[in-house]
Design a protein around this ligand. Sequence first.
Ligand code: PLP
Length: 400
Amino acid sequence: MVQIEPFAVEQWMDAYENTPGVLNIAETCVASISIDYLQALCIDKSKPGPLALSKKLTYGAIRGSNTLRERIAALYTEDGVEPLSQDDVLLTQGAILANFLLFYTLIGPRDHVICVYPTYQQLYSVPASLGAEVSLWKLKKENRYIPDITELETLVKSNTKMIVINNPNNPSGSTIPGNVLGAIVDFAKARHIIVLCDEVYRPLFHSLPRGKEAPPSILSFGYERTISTGSMSKAWSLAGIRLGWIASRDKSIVEAVAEARDYTTISVSRLDDQIASYALSDDVRPNLLRRNLDMARTNLELLDRFVQKHKDVCNWVKPTAGTTAFVQFTQNGEPVDDEAFCLDVLSKTKVMFIPGSKCFGHGKDFKGLVRIGYVNDTAVLEEALKELSSFVGQNLSSRI
Ligand SMILES: Cc1ncc(COP(=O)(O)O)c(C=O)c1O
């Protein structure tokens, strides 16, 4: 029987997100949208909607429609970089299955995997469940949660098969800059190590410091053994269609994963494929992305105001990208018990977010930190922060 750690963040969401009247600021998707809303974003109003209602619901194309795979490939277009082709893309039911299939296909008991931490737990717990040895590459607050490349030397082993990174990062909302990505790729290339970058929050680089450019995808560094996973859930607000992907320029990786995928997927839903194709079409994609970047910036400023107002009991590294922030609360100068804090806040105010040490850490790591998903509907965030502000005012103190 498989030995796998409980997936703490998913279990927390499942337990509390349907609390009646919940003010959910735990969600990591940019506020989800309906098909009607998607259609309203279309530049050409005379165009038909996404669903071809008369099309028979066969399995469709096994790897996904050409149209959708072309549009996903086009998301990786970068000046001076060879374009990606539709054959470099495989569709999956969400990025969660994309990541799972990659580990299932490529990682085994004799392998060693290096994975950034904190991150989405799947990225280190699944390789461990497959018998691999996993070393956590700890991201530090004082380094703005950007991986320190010099530490790779101490983590690498002769059997290191894969380095796993996540850009933008969940939960901290940090961005790995292009020069650091380049250094990771150079390190991996010299040792023939695969680099998997979970890029589900790409291209939400909404709040980089002035003058800093959004980093390219991991596929743009001229090293074949790089893999990107992506999703319609986060940056494209369509989690309900369960559509993600694997993209790589390495044909042998794509083919190996496709063989394993035959046993889990056959094809993704044709309806999901059509909706995703529509969302990523030239008529819709720019408006959807603009809406989501604007919402992320607006909401981040609201959260920033909250953190500033309560800075005696609350601190963070302000996110530069993605949809999540890692915020630490303190009581009398000491980090709160984040699990008890989240439960107390939920029961007294209906505001829901995620305890950091329980859902992103081992033992005492990330004590007092909570993950806030701040790119929900702005009105929900405003209401939640109002409630949280009065809770914090009444319950937390900086006096020692
Ligand atoms: C980093 C990361 N990867 C993958 C996923 C899975 O996303 P989905 O399966 O909805 O595409 C999530 C969801 O929270 C995530 O945060």
